[in-house]
Design a protein around this ligand. Sequence first.
Ligand SMILES: [Zn+2]
Length: 233
Amino acid sequence: MLNPAAMLAAAAGVVALAVVAGRAEAAPPSSPSPGRDAGPGGSPRSPSPGPEADLGLPPGPASRWYDWRDLVVSSKFPDAAARAAAQITPRERAQFSDLAQVLDTMNDATPEGRWHVNSGYRSRELNTLIGGDPHSQHMAPSADEDNGPAAAADLEHPQLDAARALEILGAVAPDKVDKAIAYVDKGHAHVSTRTDGRQRGMWGIHDADKFHWYPSAEAAAVAWRTARALRIS
Ligand SMILES: [Zn+2]
């Protein structure tokens, strides 16, 4: 058993880490944002996992809130994500850069800190591994006619839910959204933007393998929370 002084020190360490982590996530962005890259203690993030050069990505941030690696990496399939990053074209990068601008606007309006991208750009290989739709907007080059030239990101937040993602987008960037879908089972929010400007403003939820569409972000958010409450009860 630790003596009281040691226990106090250990507890203080946990609190200090939590505070540092919270600050790093919530740091207001500048251009480029040092807060975004700050690790514990405010030092730059360590070179692993892989600087942009190792992934074949351009140096520098993709936007005020995201590095390129934030928009490309996959925690579940890191090798396939690295291969995807190596083949991303300048046009695809431009499409994901457009998307990152929309996400920046969303993050600017989120006092609780940055939304984490758990899946962004996908090669066909990566999309298949993840189990994505064959016409997924995560695959910028191979999107079909309906889905247009697009880019997509799946977002999660340590404090906020998928319904909140839709509410914020609906408030600050409604005309920049092609599809915003809150997933009832998986809990993430899928956000896409078309790079030909023809945004359809589709607000929906995905529940029990089906999509349901609503006339506004607010209506979709209410539907998501209702579905979650039914699921839990
Ligand atoms: Zn998605």
